[in-house]
Design a binder for this molecule. Structure first.
Ligand code: NAG
Ligand code: NAG
Ligand code: NAG
Ligand code: NAG
Ligand code: NAG
Ligand code: NAG
Ligand code: NAG
Ligand code: NAG
Ligand code: NAG
Ligand code: NAG
Ligand code: NAG
Ligand code: NAG
Length: 624
C-alpha cells in the first residue's frame, strides 16, 4: 500500500472543499451516464457495503494497529485514514467509531513523521501498562523498491493511547528504531509487527517475555526480507530495540513454486505479520505463520506505485544459524487472490476479549484485509462522486487445517499445502492454512437475515435460473458443487450473480486450470461510460484433491464448498476453508440482482443452495 497514503493526502485536500450533495435523482433503471460527471457524493450509497469496516467517508488504507484493550476487553480495529483511524467492537459484527466522522486517532505532522503515518502495531500493555503503538514515521519521499532508498525516509516511532484509544499521543523523542540495519541498502523498512513468542525466547537466549518486532522490507539487488528486532534488556519504555538479523530473506522476484500456488515473493516485503497457529486458532507454541505483501511489478502510471502485489501467507520453521534465527518456509499460498485485496493485518484476539467471551471462542488470530477501491490509486475511479474509496474485507479466523486425501501426484505436488503425515493406506494427511470468515459475522448473517431463500440443487448440465432471487445486493450465499470426474477439461460450474437483462457477474470453478474465476466482463454497464470501473476478470488457484470415499471404493473429486458474500459493490468468495478471492462488482442496474446456476461442459451435482439476505448494519451508531 503506502502510496495510497499519498493519494489519501491529495484526496483529503480536495475533501475540505467538497460540496456534498447526495443526489436521489440518479436512474438505476436506465443506462448510466458518465459517472465522473455527476455531483460530488452522488454515488455514496450505490456500492456502499453494510457489513464491512470502512470510515464514514474518504479513503480507506491498510488495516493496522488492531488490539484488544485489556481495560475494556473491546477489540480495536484500525486502518490508515488521514493518519490512522479506527473503531471498537465487542462482537466482530458491529463497530463503533472511536472518533466522530471516523476522525483519526493519530495524524502525520510531528517531528518524526512530517509526511505520513504508515502501518504499525500495538503492544497492549506497553509503557506504564498502556496500549503502545510502534509505527512507521515517514519523513522523505520517494519510497519504492524501484528507486534508491532515501536515508531517513522510514523510521519507527512510538505513541501511547490516551482517552481509551481515541488519541495516540506521540512521545517527545526521536524514533526508537531510527534507521535500517547498519549499511544495509534497503528497498523498504516499514510496518513493524510486534509480538511475544516463547519459541523465539527459547531459541535465542531465554530472555522470556521479551517483545519482538518484525519489520518488512528488502535489500537492493538481493530481494525481500523481514528484519527482526527485540526489545533491548526488557526496557519498559521500549526505547531501545536490538537488531537480530534478517529473519527471512528470499531471492529477488523468486517464488515458492512456479506452479503458481503462491504468487511471487517479489523485491520487497510489506505489511508482514508473524504468529503461531494450531488447529483451534492462535497458539504461541504452534506452527509459525507469516502473512506478507510481495511487491513485484513496475509502476504503470506514477513511478512509485505498484499495481501488482501478492497477498501471501507462508508457514515454516526456524533455526539458529551462526547465532541468528533464520526462517525457512514449508508451504505458502495466497491469502486472497483478488488483485485489489492486500495489506492483511492480524492480531491475537484473546479468549478473554468481549467478542470471544460472547461467542465462547478460544484464542484466535483474526486478520482483516484491505480491498483497495482504485487499485492503489492507479485507477481513475469516480472518487469524489462516491465520497469514499476502498474498504476492509470481513474479518477472518486463521488456523491450521488438515485434510485426508488420496496419495497421488496431485497431493504430492509442491503447493499451498504440506504433507503432515503419510498414512500408509494410500492416503496422506495434508496441512494448510485454514481461513474462514469469523464465526460471529457468519452466524449473524444467518440469524439476522431478513429473507432466506432455499434453492434445491441436484444434477445439472446447463445454466438455469433460481426460482427466487434476492431483492437486494446484500446477502450471503452458500452452496456445494461436486464434479464427477476431473478428466473433463471443459467443465465449469458455479453461479451467476448480480445478474439481469443488462449485466451479470459469473463466479465459477474451472477444472482445466483448477481456478475459481470471477468473470466481470459484463459486470457493469458503467464500464463503458466511466473511467476507472475495472471489469477485468479475477482468478485464483484452488486444487480439489482426490478424496477417499467412506465406503472404501474408488476416490472422488473433493466437493467444492462455496460461501459468497455480496455486500453492495464488494464480492467475497470463500471456498473449502482455504481459499478466498475478493473483488469489486460495480453493477449499475437496479434489476441486476438475480442469481442462477452456471454449468458448462458436463453434468455436476449441486447441493441445496441457501441465500441469507440482508446481512447486518455494522455501524448502527452512524445511521442513528
Ligand atoms: C464526503 O462527504 C463529507 C460530508 O458528508 C464531506 O465533508 C467530504 O468532504 C466528502 N469527501 C469526499 C472525498 O468527497
Ligand atoms: C466537487 O469537489 C471538488 C473538489 O473539492 C470541487 O472542485 C468541485 O467544485 C465539486 N463539484 C461540485 C459540483 O460541487
Ligand atoms: C492527540 O493529543 C495530542 C496531545 O493533546 C494532540 O497534540 C494531538 O493532536 C491529538 N491527536 C489527534 C489525532 O487528535
Ligand atoms: C543501493 O542500491 C541501488 C540500486 O541497486 C544502487 O543504485 C545504490 O548505489 C546502492 N547504494 C549503496 C550505498 O550501495
Ligand atoms: C518477476 O518475475 C515475473 C515472472 O517471471 C515476471 O513476469 C516479471 O516481469 C518479473 N518482474 C520484474 C520486475 O522483473
Ligand atoms: C487412512 O489412515 C488415516 C490415518 O490413520 C485414516 O484417518 C483414514 O481414515 C484411513 N483411510 C482409509 C481409506 O482407510
Ligand atoms: C486439462 O488442461 C490442462 C491445462 O490446459 C492440461 O495441462 C491437462 O493435460 C488437461 N487434462 C486433460 C485430462 O485433458
Ligand atoms: C458481455 O460483454 C461483451 C463485451 O463487452 C459484449 O460483447 C457482450 O454482448 C456482453 N454479453 C452480454 C450477455 O451482455
Ligand atoms: C467521462 O468523464 C471524464 C471526466 O469528465 C472524462 O475524462 C472521460 O473521458 C469521460 N469518459 C467517457 C467515456 O466519455
Ligand atoms: C485459468 O484460465 C482462465 C482462462 O480460461 C484465466 O482467465 C485464469 O487467469 C486462469 N487461472 C489462473 C489462476 O491463472
Ligand atoms: C460407494 O459409494 C459411492 C457413492 O458415494 C457409490 O457410487 C459406490 O457404488 C459405493 N461403492 C460400494 C462398493 O458400495
Ligand atoms: C439482529 O437481530 C436482532 C433481533 O431483531 C437485533 O436485536 C440485532 O440488533 C440484530 N443485529 C444486528 C447486528 O443487526
Amino acid at each position: 500500500m503506502k502510496l495510497v497514503s499519498l493519494f489519501a493526502v491529495a484526496v483529503s485536500a480536495l475533501e475540505s472543499q467538497a460540496i456534498t450533495s447526495r443526489q436521489d435523482s440518479i436512474n438505476y433503471n436506465a443506462a448510466p451516464p458518465n459517472l465522473s460527471t455527476l455531483a460530488n457524493a452522488s454515488l455514496y450509497d450505490t456500492w456502499r457495503p453494510k457489513a464491512h469496516v470502512l470510515p464514514a467517508y474518504g479513503p480507506t488504507g491498510d488495516p493496522c494497529m488492531h488490539y484488544t484493550d485489556p481495560a475494556t476487553g473491546l477489540f480495536h480495529v484500525g486502518y490508515l485514514h488521514e493518519g490512522a483511524s479506527g473503531a471498537t467492537t465487542d462482537d466482530l459484527i458491529t463497530y463503533a467509531d472511536l472518533n466522530p466522522n471516523s476522525e483519526p486517532f493519530i495524524r502525520a505532522g510531528g517531528l518524526n513523521d512530517p509526511l505520513f503515518v504508515f502501518d504499525g502495531s500495538v503492544i497492549e500493555q506497553g509503557i506504564n501498562g498502556t496500549p503502545t503503538l510502534l509505527y512507521t514515521s515517514v519523513s522523505y519521499l520517494p519510497i519504492q523498491w524501484t528507486v534508491r532508498y532515501v536515508k531517513g525516509s522510514e523510521t519507527q516511532s512510538i505513541a501511547i493511547a490516551t482517552d481509551g484509544g481515541r488519541n495516540f499521543t506521540k512521545l517527545a523523542h526521536g524514533p526508537v528504531i531510527p534507521s535500517p540495519p547498519f549499511a544495509v541498502n534497503v528497498t523498504g523498512f516499514r510496518d513493524p509487527f510486534v509480538f511475544q513468542n516463547a519459541q523465539f525466547d527459547h531459541m535465542l537466549d531465554r530472555s522470556e517475555g521479551a517483545w519482538y518486532t518484525m519489520i518488512s522490507g528488502g535489500v537492493h539487488d538481493q530481494g525481500p526480507s523481514f528484519f527482526l528486532y527485540r526489545q533491548y534488556n526488557r526496557d519498559p519504555d521500549f526505547q531501545n530495540w536490538e537488531y537480530l538479523g534478517q529473519w527471512w530473506h528470499e531471492e529477488a522476484n523468486s517464488t515458492w513454486t512456479e506452479g503458481g500456488w503462491a504468487g511471487r515473493w517479489g523485491f520487497n516485503f510489506e505489511v508482514g505479520n508473524l504468529f503461531a497457529l494450531d488447529r483451534d486458532g492462535y497458539n504461541p507454541e504452534g506452527e509459525l505463520f507469516a502473512t506478507l505483501g510481495g511487491e513485484w511489478s513496475y509502476a504503470p502510471i506514477v513511478p512509485q506505485v505498484s499495481d501488482n502485489r501478492d497477498m501471501i501467507w507462508a508457514a515454516g520453521t526456524q533455526q539458529l544459524v551462526e547465532g541468528q534465527l533464520k526462517f525457512e518456509p514449508t508451504m505458502a499460498g495466497k491469502l486472497d487472490w483478488g488483485r485489489s485485496a492486500y495489506a492483511a493485518a492480524g492480531k491475537h484476539l484473546p479468549a478473554s476479549s468481549k467478542a470471544s467471551q460472547k461467542s465462547g471462542s478460544p484464542d484466535r488470530f483474526i486478520t482483516y484485509l484491505w480491498l483497495t477501491g482504485n487499485l492503489y490509486g492507479t485507477l481513475d475511479f469516480p472518487t469524489l462522486q462516491q465520497n469514499w474509496t476502498g474498504s476492509l474485507l470481513l474479518p477472518r479466523e486463521l488456523s491450521v487445517g488438515y485434510m485426508n486425501v488420496v496419495d497421488n501426484a496431485l497431493s504430492r505436488e509442491k503447493g499451498s499445502w504440506r504433507i503432515a503425515t503419510e498414512n500408509g493406506n494410500g492416503t496422506l494427511t495434508l496441512a494448510t492454512l485454514q481461513q474462514q470468515v469469523a464465526r460471529e459475522p457468519l452466524s449473524a448473517f444467518r440469524e439476522n437475515a431478513t429473507n432466506v431463500i432455499t434453492q434445491a440443487g441436484g444434477r445439472l448440465s446447463s445454466r438455469g435460473p433460481f426460482q427466487q432471487s434476492p431483492q437486494s445486493k446484500h446477502y450471503m450465499l452458500s452452496a456445494s458443487i461436486t464434479f464427477f470426474t476431473r478428466s473433463n477439461n471443459a467443465s465449469r460450474a458455479g453461479f451467476s450473480i448480480l445478474s439481469g437483462p443488462n449485466e451479470h457477474t459469473d463466479i465459477y470453478y474451472q477444472l482445466s486450470n483448477e481456478s475459481i474465476i470471477i468473470e466481470r466482463t459484463n459486470t457493469s454497464a458503467a464500464a463503458s461510460t466511466t473511467p476507472g470501473i475495472d471489469v477485468r476478470n479475477e482468478a485464483g488457484k484452488l486444487r480439489l484433491f482426490d478424496v477417499p470415499r467412506r465406503n472404501g471404493s474408488e476416490a472422488s473429486v473433493e466437493t467444492l464448498d462455496l460461501t459468497i458474500v455480496v455486500d453492495g459493490g464488494i464480492v467475497e468468495v470463500h471456498a473449502n476453508d482455504r481459499f478466498a478471492i475478493s473483488t469489486w462488482a460495480w453493477s449499475w442496474y437496479e434489476d441486476s440482482r438475480d442469481v442462477g446456476f452456471i454449468v458448462e461442459g458436463g453434468e455436476v451435482e449441486f447441493g441445496d443452495v441457501t441465500v441469507w439476505e440482508g446481512l447486518v448494519d455494522a455501524w448502527p451508531q452512524r445511521s442513528a
